[in-house]
Design a protein around this ligand. Structure first.
Ligand code: ACM
Ligand code: ZN
Length: 635
């Protein structure tokens, strides 16, 4: 005992001294994602002390924004204090009393001067964004290191977003993710000024909302037989008597906690309730809502085609939907409710006497119009509660259900009003059609925005649902494609990336799929089109990688995977070109089966190789060997 007590006091003193002292550091050039609208770096510097003084003008010291910023600085090992006037402050946060018309509602002006840092904005959200930019002027390891002082370049950044809707969709049905993970996603969204969490809470594989009125949705619909020990594609159906042990749902308190946490970071949470398709979990819990008496189960593994559909001929289906949506309205303050609408297979409707009777009674033109009619009913019900619907682009109606664009896109659905927001996932065209018809549109075409797709050569990636969206492809996203008429472009309110979770069953894997591609989406949605620059973005991603690692995020290096093309020279010889999507990557290679190192041959241009040769490649960028060695057989 005696020894411990004698040691404890000096140790405490050393710890306190270390905290108070720390190191001093000078940060280099300004490097911000998403790229600001206007940024000038000056010659001078400002030194921020480890115990910065903050002043807050035009809003409350106890507001969520002020509290968030104080807490965030503390998590960066600083010891901030509040002072009453900006003249005493190192960091002044100013809510403009006269609106600065250049920056709009979400923009900000960040000025780093010799005398201090000033962030001004027209809203607290703008101040939050200005603060997020300031954080990117601090050293990458600020979360891990205590700095006595941080010297940063003087700069002026005037910034505002190109689009109002900058979203991430998180699927928590195919795999369930707890609140801790959802908050970690919200944190990284906030860092890059993403402002909408589209929470995909219901699907064939599990119902994740709490329901008091229909508790069987939770006792039955939230659970499935656990097949997580095998890859998604290999999961076998449930055996007789097997217990459903995988899943869960969020409590009301957890949902409120997520909404509050998001709001503190300037993010709105939009719930999605899938209807009328993707309802296997609902029908497992409430079989009376089906057209048939098939024994539906909470789906396990691939479920395609997703035939489960709510019976639209049954009045009690509408009653249940209204009840559930009322529960959702009570839980979520967002003015938006996403009502799904994608991939609703109509086979059951074709065969169902009640659905056919509804089609006749409502004078509908077949099953596709029956969905349009149902969407209209739901929209009407939600409108009475002050809510606006969002739906996948199929809510506009199709000639025939299915993935293919041959099945048609519509500019209008006669049963819905123009304020219905359309989420365009089957390419740009459905969104452009809806925008022509006067609907607000959010773009998320699969080929740019599906971050569940592979991000590099599948041989070097964890199993995914398929597709390929490399980082540079994701960076090619533009919610308003070139040539879009201004009257149509006006209705495009933004875009989002979508993280479907069939193949993703851990938070680490979810982060790996999201990062760094979400950074590309963020820049495409925030930065003016003419200010985008892939080479600069790719360089900035390196800086962000260090920041993300410091915060404990997992991250994919797929950008460094070599692309490989072969051209026939003669019967025995192929001409090989190798590149990565990252400019200035050095490519070292061997052709003798040895493992390449930096001593190996360096690729400087196309090479002729005999068929049957194994080429092994080591990419090196900024003096760091990347990821792994890649191997190709010349055929
Ligand atoms: C979707 O990917 N089925 C919206
Ligand atoms: Zn039916």
């Amino acid at each position: 005992m005696q020894t411990v007590r004698r040691l404890a006091v000096p140790l405490l003193v050393v710890l306190i001294l270390a905290t108070a002292c720390g190191r001093s550091v000078t940060v280099g050039d300004v490097s911000v994602v998403p790229e600001p609208v206007f940024c000038v770096q000056k010659e001078g510097t400002f030194t921020l002390r480890g115990n910065p003084r903050l002043s807050v003008q035009g809003f409350g010291q106890n507001s969520p924004t002020a509290k968030y910023i104080m807490k965030s600085l503390r998590s960066a090992h600083m010891h901030p204090s509040l002072v009453p006037t900006s003249s005493e402050a190192d960091i002044s946060l100013v809510l403009n009393d006269t609106v600065n018309s250049e920056i709009g509602t979400e923009g900000y002006l960040l000025e780093v001067r010799n005398g201090g840092i000033r962030i001004s904005a027209n809203s607290e959200t703008g101040l939050l964004y200005g603060y997020q930019t300031l954080v990117q002027l601090l050293p990458a390891d600020v979360l891990k290191t205590t700095y006595r002082s941080i010297t940063m370049p003087e700069c002026t950044i005037l910034d505002y977003p190109r689009f109002a809707w900058r979203g991430v969709m998180l699927d928590v049905s195919r795999h369930f993710f707890n609140v801790k993970h959802v908050k970690k996603v919200l944190d990284v969204m906030a860092t890059y000024k993403m402002n909408k969490l589209h929470w995909h809470l219901t699907d064939d594989h599990g119902w994740r909302l709490p329901s008091e009125k229909y508790p069987q949705l939770n006792t039955v619909g939230s659970w499935r037989v656990d097949r997580d020990d095998v890859p998604w594609g290999k999961a076998e159906p449930a055996r007789e008597g097997e217990r459903a042990t995988y899943g869960g749902y969020y409590s009301k308190e957890e949902i409120a906690d997520v909404i509050r946490y998001a709001a503190d970071r300037g993010i709105e949470v939009i719930p999605e309730v899938e209807l009328p398709g993707h309802v296997s979990a609902v029908l497992a819990a409430m079989p009376q809502l089906a057209c048939d008496d098939y024994p539906y189960e909470v789906a396990i593994g691939p479920y395609w085609p997703p035939k489960a559909i709510l019976c639209a001929g049954n009045d009690s289906t509408l009653t249940v939907l209204y009840d559930l949506l009322d529960e959702v309205c009570d839980l979520f303050p967002s003015k938006y409710i996403h009502i799904g609408g994608d991939e609703a297979w109509k086979d059951n409707w074709e065969a169902c006497a009640k659905c056919q009777r509804r089609i006749r009674a409502e004078h509908l033109d077949g099953e596709e119009q029956l969905q349009s009619w149902l969407v209209g009913k739901v929209q009407q019900h939600l409108a009475e509660r002050g809510k606006t619907i969002i739906g996948w682009d199929e809510i506009m109606g199709l000639k025939k259900e299915g993935w293919s664009m041959d099945n048609g896109v519509s500019e209008t659905n006669p049963f819905v009003t123009d304020d219905a927001v359309v989420l365009s996932w089957r390419g740009y065209e459905p969104g452009l059609a809806a925008a022509r018809g006067g609907h607000p549109v959010i773009m998320c075409p699969t080929e740019y925005c599906y971050v569940d797709y592979y991000q590099a050569d599948p041989r070097y990636q964890p199993a995914s649902i398929g597709g390929l969206v490399t980082l540079s492809k994701a960076y090619g996203f533009d919610p308003v494609p070139e040539g879009t008429p201004a009257a149509v472009a006006r209705n495009v309110i933004g875009g989002q990336c979508n993280l479907w979770a069939e193949y993703i069953n851990t938070p680490q894997h979810a982060e790996y799929m999201l990062l760094p591609r979400m950074l590309a989406t963020a820049e495409c949605l925030w930065t003016p089109r003419d200010n985008k620059d892939w080479n600069r973005f790719r360089r900035k991603v390196e800086v962000q990688k260090d920041r993300l690692h410091a915060k404990g995020y997992n991250y994919c290096e797929g950008s460094f995977t070599p692309h490989f093309t072969a051209r026939r020279v003669d019967d025995n010889t192929m001409n090989i070109s190798i590149s990565t999507e990252v400019p200035n990557t050095y490519i070292f290679y061997t052709t003798d089966l040895s493992t390449p190192t930096r001593e190996s041959l360096i690729y400087i241009g196309p090479i002729n190789l005999e068929r049957g040769t194994h080429i092994k490649i080591l990419p090196v960028y900024k003096d760091i060997e990347r990821d792994s060695v890649y191997e190709f057989l010349i055929k």
